[in-house]
Ligand binder design. Structure first.
Ligand code: PMP
Length: 351
């Protein structure tokens, strides 16, 4: 803390990202990255972009990428906003859409960037408890608010909400923007993008970091009707008018077109998730039903923190959150079959 800091920065609790350790032979199952390399055509496009043209600024409108995302999702390019990871898209949404005199609602067990953004932008937040089954109950959001944000599937639980529930939430709150953070939607959830033409208050945010295996490129996007997208553009143009660098625009454009790679890798991750869930359950774990590229699991006989530490001694890194109600859980990213096998072998030594 310093006397030069603004009051907002002095009060801020910054988000702490999962670690990116550089140990050899590590099984890294802590930050929900894809275990598979990105699409070859994305890598080729990135290599092509890494040439003399880097002296030139990128397209400030990112039109090629927005057009490709729009085609993939059946909307217009004008209804797509892109940014450096969905984190940046979400930050712009907080700045652009949320009110200072009415609280923002989000689940109490959820993506921990939301409280950080709320602090950064000086927005009041109300954390709405998950129900006893760790599920979001949209009836709990029927209270005064200026906006609502929900991840679907939720993180770190992995539990998804059916599209009909999302639609009810959006329809019940026509005065508020409702942001659905679909970082993990491609692993079995139902996207709310088809609802966008019907609801002016809906903003759907997705990322290239998980199902497109491009976390290192930093590309995310939002889809919504024009007035919401225009609000995000206003913030972007007041912050950094180039939404993405040339390599990111080129790589993401190629990635979104590679359906074969996408379908194959997400099917593999979904199959490995089912297998890992069975293996964990056989060993006495309770595993929440996941629609994401991770599982959230606890063991009745072993505290989460101890298990995470013992796994780490065996070069397997998973995520543990020291938070009431979930401190016994581990969040385990779905790796390759081989990586999940090594996790299970390590657990067999520990349990
Ligand atoms: N939303 C949720 C729920 C997440 O878990 C993450 C990843 N940590 C993000 C958004 C942000 O992902 P990215 O910035 O890589 O797109």
């Amino acid at each position: 803390m310093s006397k030069y800091w603004s009051p907002i920065v002095s009060r801020l609790k910054p988000y702490v990202p999962g670690e990116q350790p550089r140990m050899a032979n590590l099984v890294k199952l802590n930050t929900n990255e894809s275990p598979y390399g990105p699409s070859q055509s994305a890598l080729e496009a990135i290599r092509m972009a890494a040439g003399a043209d880097l002296r030139l600024y990128p397209d400030p409108l990112a039109l090629g990428l927005r057009q490709s995302i729009a085609e993939r999702h059946g909307v217009m390019a004008e209804e797509v906003f892109v940014g450096n990871g969905s984190d940046e898209v979400l930050a712009h949404a907080f700045a652009a859409l949320l009110k200072h005199d009415q609280p923002l609602l989000y689940p109490d067990i959820s993506y921990s960037f939301y409280p950080t953004y709320a602090g950064l932008f000086g927005i009041d937040a109300v954390e709405v408890p998950l129900n006893d089954a760790f599920r979001i109950d949209i009836a709990d959001y029927r209270r005064p608010s200026g906006a609502i944000i929900l991840p679907n599937p939720n993180a770190p639980t992995g539990i998804g909400l059916p599209l009909a529930e999302i639609e009810r939430l959006v329809a019940e709150h026509p005065e508020q923007p409702v942001v659905i953070d679909e970082a993990y939607i491609d692993f079995g959830g139902e996207s709310a993008i088809p609802l966008v033409p019907k609801y002016a208050n809906l903003l759907v945010v997705q990322t290239f970091s998980k199902s497109r295996a491009l976390a290192g490129l930093r590309v995310g996007f939002a889809i919504g009707q024009r007035p919401l997208i225009e609000a995000l553009e206003r913030v972007k143009d007041s912050f950094n008018s180039y939404p993405l660098g040339r390599a990111a625009q080129a790589g993401a454009t190629a990635a979104i077109k590679d359906e074969a790679w996408f379908e194959e890798t997400r099917a593999r991750i979904i199959a490995t998730r089912a297998e890992l869930t069975r293996e964990l359950e056989k060993r006495g774990f309770e595993v929440l039903p996941s629609l994401a590229n991770f599982v959230f699991a606890r063991h009745p006989g072993h505290p989460g923190q101890t298990l995470a530490a013992k796994l780490r001694e065996r070069a397997v890194i998973v995520r543990h959150f020291a938070k009431p109600r979930i401190e016994d859980f581990l969040r385990i990213t779905i790796g390759t079959n081989e990586e999940c096998g090594r996790l299970i072998a390590a657990l067999d030594e520990i349990l």
